[in-house]
Design a protein around this ligand. Structure first.
Ligand SMILES: [Zn+2]
Length: 393
């Protein structure tokens, strides 16, 4: 079965290419923000909904106007794609996955998406529209053989690094079926607790970087506004942020790949975004963010490799329920690590007991749904993995 898959690489553009990219990023951001403004005005002033098609027509008009004719100097494809990105942002908002779309800022990550009519892929090299030379891509791993990219997104992060994300449709062979299943819970002391009793990833892993980050942030705050030194200090902060994010992502990828390889069915607890914001402790909030990224990696890898991911609703009392007899405690505060069941007298480690419960209830949910669900499907929240959906009228 063909699956969409993105491959991301570091890119080292020439000064000339950097110049073209900077203008393209700027125009994309302008179009995105302009379109967001158009949509908001139409909705709040006239109770009207503007769609991609309407905005596309307005964009053509915009390019003809004297004060915005510079938009025609960059490739038109990334500008059209910026409208699509805005559409996607609204779909994500309406389906409850993200907050209301906001304006893009110059300081944040910049990106431009090129569809196949705006780049050439030949002999393992990619040349973007309006560029004379191919991009210097660091091919850290090969693209699958015989594929042709359907779109590429070039981005520049706050630490001034350039990346290219290449979207291809490739055949991904399912892994051989295994009997093993596992439950995983987000821990307080460790990142993940498995129902096998294994604990993985100490949040202190990132502690060193966080101290460095705090120091760099203090330095940045002391520099005079709009000075060269402040710019340099800002870049330093951005580099540490990037490093923390890279390490966390790397850790998460390795773990999700391992769990997918070892198990046929993986049961996890789904986190509500609301919980994340309400939780007052910072380290918990950080591990929560890591958790949603981890779960989404499990989700798409399960689909690629023919595994099953079962998400349990957050309201299921996984921590408070005794795995041995099913007794549910009235309350269990965060500081209690070990507890003894008043009903059957079994002594529990809080996190391992929770992982056991998630595992058991996950398998029950999975079996109850039976064969009506394809391998690779997610049980509790259908529809979240689809790539694009038309907004409901
Ligand atoms: Zn019990």
């Amino acid at each position: 079965m063909k699956q969409k898959r993105a491959f991301k690489y570091r890119v080292y553009p020439t000064p000339e290419q950097q110049h073209i990219l900077a203008r393209t990023f700027g125009c994309c951001r302008f179009v995105y923000n302009w379109a967001l403004r158009q949509k908001m005005d139409a909705y709040f002033n006239e109770q009207q909904r503007l769609y991609c098609k309407d905005l596309s027509e307005r964009l053509t008009e915009l390019k003809k106007q004297e004060e915005t004719c510079w938009l025609s100097e960059v490739s038109s494809v990334p500008l059209q794609q910026a409208l699509r990105h805005l559409d996607k942002a609204f779909i994500n908002f309406f389906e409850g996955r993200t907050p209301y779309p906001t304006f893009h800022k110059k300081r944040n990550k910049q990106s431009a998406t090129y569809t196949s009519n705006a780049f050439i892929y030949k002999d393992g090299m990619i040349t973007l529209a309006k560029m004379s030379e191919p991009l210097n891509i660091h091919w850290s791993r090969p693209l699958p053989e015989g594929v042709s990219p359907s779109s590429v997104t070039v981005s520049k992060d706050c630490a001034n690094r350039y990346f290219i994300s290449i979207l291809v449709e490739a055949d991904i062979a399912h892994l051989p079926v295994t009997e093993q299943t596992v439950g995983a819970d987000l821990g307080l002391k460790s990142f993940v607790i498995l129902s096998t009793g294994e604990t993985i990833g100490n949040p202190k892993f990132f502690h060193q970087d966080e101290k460095k980050l705090a120091k760099a942030q203090r330095r940045h705050a002391k520099k005079q506004k709009r000075s060269k030194n402040r710019d340099k200090a800002r870049l330093k902060v951005a580099r540490i942020h990037a490093r923390i994010a890279d390490r966390r992502r790397d850790f998460s990828h390795k773990l999700s790949t391992r769990l997918i390889r070892e198990n046929q069915t993986i049961c996890v607890e789904s986190l509500a975004v609301k919980n994340m914001v309400q939780n007052p402790t910072l380290s918990k909030a950080i591990s929560d963010v890591g958790w949603s990224e981890f779960v989404s990696q499990l989700e798409y890898k399960a689909a690629w490799y023919g595994r099953n991911l079962v998400k349990i609703d957050r309201w299921y009392p996984s921590s408070k329920r005794c795995f041995d007899c099913g007794h549910i405690l009235d309350s269990l505060t965060l500081d209690i690590r070990m507890w003894t069941c008043p009903e059957c007298g079994v002594h529990h480690d809080r996190d391992i007991n929770a992982a056991h419960n998630i595992h058991a209830v996950g398998l029950t949910v999975f079996e109850a749904c039976g064969e009506s669900v394809r391998p690779g499907a997610v049980k509790t929240k259908p529809g979240t993995t689809q790539r694009s959906r038309k907004p409901k009228k």
